[in-house]
Design a protein around this ligand. Structure first.
Ligand code: C2E
Ligand code: MG
Ligand code: MG
Length: 738
């Protein structure tokens, strides 16, 4: 490389240095010419080189400082823009305090919220603006604590100190700042708005604790409140009255008028209930048409009863919904803590049992829980378990009661009545176990057994003697019924017109297209249909138009007492008969027990009679005997005049009155009462409620009506079927002779 090339490269790579060297070299040349390369000349060269390098460095430094400043400015602007963007358009904000804890910076949206007319947020101590969100006093001091101890904190839930700004929640974090020398400068931090989230949380809580339709407390809230009240330490605070309400006939309103009307009705019910209870308790809806009221504090039964009656009255007044007047009723079960249950579960169960009793006693009333209700429920459960075993254990049989043509006195058919021979309890009345079987779903299989057995037993009867089978509304609602009927007919070989299905008014509670279709299909099978127990149930005549009945069975309650002068039953029977005649239907008077009644029923124009007067229900084998002996004719037996036949007997029986019990002798018994002896009672005991053992180990409720000379008369709470005193299977003739 030549010297010239080297110079060129240096100039190209380091132009500034080359320029300074060049400049230096130029100076050297000038000085060198004058000094002719002496000492002074060399010193001059050195100084010049140094100066040139310094000048060059200064130029470079100047250039990089300007560039850095430009960069810093751009970044600063960007950061400010981003912070402003964040502060305005997000839920976040910033804050800063000085060493004294006074706010020096606060994002303006938060500052504006906290500004009071006399105190602007900036300059205020931080702890005067925000307080911890929480009821605990020790946490309330936490912000001040961190400020004074100069320690960081994060994600604290805070609210405005000022009460006027209550509806705000923030999450706040902060850390202390120090300068390079470690001097404390204050706090810097950030926050986010939690208000919306809090509101959403509150809404979720509200939804979880309140009934969406009525705005009342819901099941969870009621349960929570009850649990809390019952867990109070003081006994006096645990005194709670619980009302359980169920609307009567709500389902039919809902089904016939639609859910919208049903919902509107429930809202009005809720308002009325809330108004009736006022501040006395917590009102809630459990779901459907079930409501609950929890009332704290001691209340005596009279007052609770009065309140329950008022609630029932209020809720039973007509409602106006979309221009229609709607009437419903209400039943109430009442349980009182702690005596009826010290925990929620027991108390609710017992109120439920009381409600069940209120419904069972006719609805539209209230009932208090009593221990007997629980015993009743337990024995019902026992009955259920026993029923499950009954069918497989062959404990059922059918008893047949003759149905007699009023004019010819010929037996035209028999009603099949189910009998249950319980292994330990003996004969159990169908009136007792059929409702249980309906409740626990066993009625389907029991009903099928009845249908098949009745058809196959009737197949052995002569001629056209019919068999009537009771069909529960639950069976009627099941679409398989027609195929069951045709199968039973086919298997037994009896003609369809010989089978009569007895249906109670209960089927019309569900007045749906399905039930209309069921009537049609059954009629299509060729069987006869009878309306059983007419006048006891739903009793709307409208359905008689639609349902193709062949017969109306007038309930025995109308026959009872019909012969007594001044009794209106005869007039009612006459009206039913003319109605049935007009519709081309037969009529059967049920429960005819004596000759006078036969005469009356005949005079009133009933086409058929069924009752003890022509025979009690007997075993299938006796039916053949009865038909053979009488040549198909019925023989009336019994009394000429209407009175309760008394059966003389002498038997020891247990009697209980409250906690006391003892043995008495039964002198005679009728279906309504019993005369006992061997008991000394005073005047004060008249109308006393007692229990008497009529059948071994079975106690029956009764009232003591009179007492004298060691004898007393008890009136039964419910009619007692005297048949139950006779062991099953004893033929009618044998019973009469005995
Ligand atoms: P029901 O269908 O009205 O049957 C007539 C009831 O009246 C029978 O009671 C019968 O014994 C009774 N009875 C008949 N004549 C007289 C009388 O002159 N005086 C009195 N005091 N009573 C009389 P039972 O057998 O106790 O049956 C009661 C109810 O149980 C029946 O009333 C029926 O509703 C139901 N039931 C009976 N068997 C069945 C069945 O197989 N299926 C269904 N679903 N229910 C049944
Ligand atoms: Mg019947
Ligand atoms: Mg009946």
């Amino acid at each position: 490389m030549t010297f010239a090339t080297m110079i060129v490269m240096i100039v190209a790579l380091y132009p500034v240095r080359a320029a300074s060297i060049g400049f230096g070299a130029g100076l050297l040349a000038t000085l060198g010419v004058q000094d002719r390369f002496g000492m002074g000349w060399w010193i001059g060269v050195g100084v010049l080189l140094m100066l040139t390098t310094v000048a060059y460095r200064l130029v470079l430094f100047e250039r990089s400082t300007v560039a850095q400043r430009d960069l810093d400015n751009a970044q600063g602007r960007m950061a400010t823009r981003l912070v402003a963007e964040f502060e305005t358009h997000s839920s976040g904000w910033f804050w800063q305090t000085n060493a004294e804890g006074e706010v020096t910076y606060l994002t303006s949206k938060v500052a504006l919220e906290l500004d009071l007319p006399d105190t602007p947020a900036i300059g205020e101590p931080l702890s005067q603006l925000f307080r911890m969100d929480g009821a605990l006093t020790e946490t309330e001091r936490t912000i001040a604590f961190h400020l004074s101890s100069r320690t960081a904190f994060s994600n604290y839930s805070v609210r405005p100190v000022s009460r006027a700004k209550l509806e705000r929640w923030w999450s706040m974090s902060g850390r202390p700042i120090f300068d390079e020398d470690g001097i404390f400068l204050g706090f810097v931090g950030s926050g986010t708005d939690l208000t919306e989230r809090r509101r959403a949380d509150a809404e979720i809580t509200r939804l979880a604790l309140f009934d969406g339709l009525t705005g009342l407390a819901n099941r969870q809230r009621l349960r929570l409140a009850l649990d809390q009240m019952l867990a109070q330490p003081a006994m006096s605070q645990r005194m709670i009255s619980l009302f359980l309400l169920d609307l009567d006939r709500f389902k039919s309103v809902n089904d016939t008028l639609g859910h919208q009307m049903g919902d509107a009705l429930l809202k009005q019910v809720a308002q009325r209930l809330q108004r009736a209870i006022g501040d006395a308790g917590l009102v809630g809806r459990l779901g459907g048409d079930e409501f609950q009221v929890i009332m704290p504090g001691h209340a005596d039964r009279d007052k609770l009863g009065e309140l329950a009656r008022r609630v029932i009255f209020d809720l039973s007044q007509p409602y106006s919904i979309e221009g229609s007047a709607i009437s419903i009723g209400c039943s109430i079960g009442v349980a009182v803590a702690p005596q009826d249950g010290a925990d929620s579960e027991t108390l609710i169960r017992n109120a439920d049992l009381a409600l069940y009793a209120a419904k069972g006693d006719g609805r539209g009333i209230h009932r208090f829980f009593r221990d007997e209700l629980l015993i009743g429920a337990q024995s019902k459960k026992q009955l259920e378990d026993d029923l499950r075993r009954a069918l497989v254990g062959n404990q059922f049989y059918l008893a047949y009661q003759p149905v007699v043509d009023t004019r010819s006195e010929r037996i035209v058919g028999y009603e099949a009545l189910l009998r249950w021979e319980h292994p330990t309890r003996g004969l159990v009345s169908p009136a007792e176990f059929i409702p249980v079987a309906e409740d626990c779903g066993l009625i389907e299989s029991i009903g099928e057994w009845v249908l098949r057995t009745a058809c196959s037993e009737a197949a052995g009867w002569p001629g056209d003697v019919r068999v009537a089978v009771n069909v529960s509304p639950i069976q009627f609602a099941n679409p398989v019924l027609p195929s069951l009927v045709t199968s039973a007919l086919a298997k037994s070989g009896i003609a369809p017109h010989r089978l009569e299905l007895e249906i109670t008014e209960g089927v019309f509670l569900d007045e749906s297209a399905a039930s209309e279709q069921m009537f049609k299909t059954l009629k299509g099978c060729g069987v006869r249909l009878a309306l059983d127990d007419f006048g006891t149930g739903y009793s709307s005549l409208g359905y008689l138009k639609k349902a193709p009945f062949d017969k109306i069975k007038i309930d025995q309650s109308f026959v009872k007492g019909a012969t007594i002068a001044g009794n209106r039953n005869a007039a009612i029977i006459r009206a039913i008969v003319s109605l049935a005649d007009a519709l081309g239907m037969d009529t059967t008077a049920e429960g005819v027990e004596n000759h006078d009644e036969i005469t009356l029923i005949r005079d009133l124009g009933c086409s058929h009679i069924q009752g003890y007067v022509y025979g009690k229900p007997t075993r299938a084998a006796d039916v053949l005997l009865q038909l053979e002996v009488g040549g198909g004719m019925a023989t009336a037996s019994g009394y000429q005049i209407t009175r309760n036949p008394r059966t003389a007997m002498l038997r020891n029986a247990r009697i209980e009155a409250g906690a006391a019990s003892g043995d008495v002798r039964i002198r005679n018994i009728s279906s309504t009462g019993v005369m006992i002896e061997g008991i000394e009672v005073d005047e004060a005991s008249i109308d006393l409620d007692v229990l008497i053992e009529l059948i071994e180990d079975q106690m029956f409720p009764a009232k003591l009506r009179w007492a004298s000379d060691g004898r007393a008369g008890l009136e039964f709470a419910e009619t007692f079927n005297l048949e139950r005193l006779t062991p099953p299977g004893v033929p009618q003739a044998a019973r009469k002779a005995g």
